[in-house]
Structure formats: C-alpha cells, structure tokens
Design a protein around this ligand. Structure first.
Ligand SMILES: N[C@@H](CCC(=O)N[C@@H](CS)C(=O)NCC(=O)O)C(=O)O
Length: 150
C-alpha cells in the first residue's frame, strides 16, 4: 500500500485517530513521523512554516500539499478514495455530512474536551486560543504583536 503522505499526531489523540480510521477504511496508508516531540516540535519554525496553526493533527501529502484542522484533513483523505462512499457528490448529502461532523465537534466535542482537560488538571487558561489568535493575526496582517502567553 503506497503512503499518501505524512500525518503528525500522537497515538492517544482522538482527532488523529479519526483521520487514521478514515485512511484505513479507504485502504490508504499514512506515514506517522518518528521522534516527533509534542508539544515542543509543533512550535518549531520548521513545523509552523508548513502549518500556521502549529497544531496537530497536521498532514503533508506526497505532492507537498500541507493541511491542518482535523475535519479538512479527514475530508481530503476521504476524497482520495472516491469509491469509499465516505463523501457524496450530492450537495444535500455532503451538507448532512458536514452538519453531523460540525455538530459532534462543536456541540459535543467542545464540552467533552474541556471536561477531559479539567480531569487531567489542565490549565483553565487556554493556550490554544492564544496561539490560534496569533496564527490569524499573522495570516491577516503579516505581523505578530501578540505573544503566546499574553
Ligand atoms: N482545531 C484543531 C484542534 C487540534 C488541537 O486541539 N490540537 C492540539 C492537540 S490535541 C494541539 O496541537 N495543540 C498545540 C499545542 O499544545 O501546542 C483541529 O480540529 O484539528
């Protein structure tokens, strides 16, 4: 089975599992880079030059195409196997797929994720929102005035 590209994730990451499951369902293989030290290497200039969010999961195709955000990666991987039946050519069916993915991520995931973080004594301060603001700032203005710890 030929690999379609690399997926930066960690073994316990549910969103990475979602993408890996889709690849397996589609009979596609993904390379998982060795020696990836999360949450350090994802903030390296090399990683952030490919993936502005600095977040995992992150995907790079064999053609160099770089993508972050679970749903975008998952949909792209599914699109590489059009016969899998995971995506639909019908706009209505595709809209229903997006509806349920979005519903699960926003209306369920945002609460369960926070609960898991609290159970693991995670900080109430949300570092990820801080980093996301910086990524948007750089994208829109080309400048970074915010700091990750602001
Ligand atoms: N919106 C992103 C969220 C991904 C996410 O929250 N990734 C976390 C790990 S679970 C991350 O990379 N955080 C960056 C860090 O901790 O430096 C997606 O859907 O893929």
């Amino acid at each position: 089975m030929t690999s379609i590209g690399k997926l930066w994730t960690v073994s316990y990451q549910p969103t990475g599992m979602r993408i890996r499951a889709i690849a397996a369902f589609c009979d596609l293989s993904l390379e998982i880079p060795d020696n990836f030290n999360f949450p350090v290497d994802n903030r390296s200039p090399e990683f952030e030059s490919k993936f502005l969010s600095g977040m995992i999961p992150a995907f790079q195709g064999n053609d160099g195409f770089c993508l972050f955000e679970t749903t975008a990666i998952a949909e792209y991987v599914a699109s590489l196997a059009p016969d899998s039946g995971l995506l639909s050519a019908s706009p209505k069916e595709l809209a229903l797929i997006h509806q349920w993915v979005s519903y699960a991520d926003t209306e369920i995931g945002r609460y369960t994720n926070q609960t898991v973080k609290l159970l693991h004594s995670g900080p109430l301060y949300n570092k990820e929102v801080s980093y996301a603001s910086i990524a948007l700032e750089v994208l829109l203005t080309g400048t970074n005035f915010l700091t990750p710890d602001a």
